[in-house]
Design a protein around this ligand. Structure first.
Ligand SMILES: O=P(O)(O)OC[C@H]1O[C@H](O[C@H]2O[C@H](CO)[C@@H](O)[C@H](O)[C@H]2O)[C@H](O)[C@@H](O)[C@@H]1O
Length: 275
C-alpha cells in the first residue's frame, strides 16, 4: 500500500486537503465510478472496481463524515461491480443522481416516456447513421448509452452519430450526455453537481470540507459544485483521475493522479498525518 500524502497543485486544493485532514469527521468525499474507482475496459459489462478500491473506501468510511459515489451507472450495479455492499454508511447516487442506494435500499423514479421511445427508435437511428456493427447499446432502464469504444475508429464513429442522437434526444425530451467514447440519452434536470448539492442538503450539517474525484466530462458538474461550495466558505478539493482520453478534467482539477490506481493510492494516503 502506498501511504504517501497526496500533494495538491493549487492553493485552494491545499486548503481543502488540510481541512479534510484536520476535521475528517465532517468531510464529505465523493467519487465517480468508471474511470475513477474502476479502470476503463472495452466492454462496459466487464468493468469492475480497482481491486483495492473497496478496501480503501472501507478504511475511510468510519473516519469521515460521508462517502458518496455519484455515477452514470445504475446505483445497484455500481455497488455490485464495486464490491461496495459492506461499506458502512456509503451512499451511491446512480444515473447522474436520479437513483439513490443506501444500506441495500434503492430509490428510483419511473423513467419518463421518452426513454421507452428512444429504446424503440434507437436501432433504426443507428442504422440510418451507418453505425459500425461494433457499436454497443447499454440499456440502463432510466437511460440508453451508445458506446463506440470497440469500433475500429471510436471517435469517428461517435462523431457520425452525434447529430442524429441530438435530434432523437430533442424529439423525446431527453438530453445527450457525452462521455468517453459514449453518448448517453438520459432524462434532463439532474447532473452530478445537482446530485452532490442535493446530497449535502439532505445530510443537513454543513460539511467541514468536500472532495470530488472524477475522470470524465460528466464529472465537471460536480467540480462546479465544489467550486460553488468554496465560494460559500466550504473548503474543497477537485481530484482528476487522469487519462489520455480526457484532458478537460485535469485542466479543472486541484490534484491529478494516474487513473484508478492513482486514486486508490491517493485514498490510502489521504488521512496520513490527520489530527
Ligand atoms: O459516471 P461514471 O461512473 O463514470 O459512468 C459513466 C459511464 O461509464 C461507463 O462507460 C465508460 O466505462 C466503460 C467501462 O470501462 C467503457 O467501456 C466506456 O467506454 C466508458 O464510456 C458506463 O458504461 C456508462 O453507462 C456510464 O454512464
Amino acid at each position: 500500500m502506498n501511504t504517501s500524502s497526496p500533494r495538491s497543485v493549487t492553493a485552494a486544493g491545499t486548503d481543502g486537503l488540510n481541512a479534510i485532514r484536520t476535521r475528517p469527521a465532517g468531510a464529505v468525499l465523493g467519487f465517480d465510478f468508471d474511470g475513477t474507482l474502476a479502470p476503463i475496459v472495452d466492454d462496459p459489462d466487464a468493468a469492475r472496481a480497482h481491486p483495492r478500491a473497496a478496501a480503501a473506501l472501507g478504511r475511510l468510511a468510519p473516519l469521515v463524515g460521508s462517502l458518496v459515489i455519484v455515477t452514470g451507472r445504475p446505483a445497484a450495479l455500481a455497488v455490485e461491480r464495486g464490491g461496495f455492499e459492506g461499506i458502512d454508511g456509503l451512499v451511491v447516487l446512480g444515473q447522474y443522481g436520479l437513483e439513490r442506494w443506501e444500506s441495500g435500499v434503492l430509490t428510483e423514479p419511473e423513467p419518463p416516456p421518452g426513454v421507452a421511445e428512444v429504446r424503440a427508435k434507437l436501432p433504426g437511428v443507428l442504422t440510418a447513421a451507418g453505425a459500425p456493427p461494433e457499436t454497443y447499446v447499454e440499456d440502463k432502464g432510466q437511460a440508453l448509452a451508445v458506446h463506440t469504444r470497440r469500433c475500429a475508429e471510436p471517435q469517428v464513429a461517435l462523431d457520425r452519430l452525434r447529430g442524429l442522437l441530438d435530434a432523437l434526444a430533442e424529439r423525446t425530451g431527453l438530453v445527450v450526455e457525452p462521455g468517453r467514447f459514449v453518448l448517453e440519452l438520459r432524462p434532463p434536470g439532474m447532473d452530478k453537481g445537482r446530485a452532490l448539492r442535493s446530497f449535502l442538503a439532505d445530510r443537513g450539517a454543513a460539511p467541514s470540507a468536500v472532495l470530488f474525484a472524477g475522470d470524465d466530462l460528466g464529472d465537471l458538474a460536480a467540480f462546479d459544485a465544489v467550486e460553488e461550495l468554496r465560494a460559500e466558505g466550504v473548503p474543497g478539493v477537485k481530484v482528476c483521475s487522469g487519462s489520455a482520453e480526457v484532458t478537460e478534467v485535469a485542466e479543472r482539477a486541484d490534484v491529478v493522479v494516474d487513473g484508478p490506481e492513482g486514486v486508490v493510492e491517493f485514498l490510502d494516503g489521504l488521512l496520513d498525518g490527520a489530527s
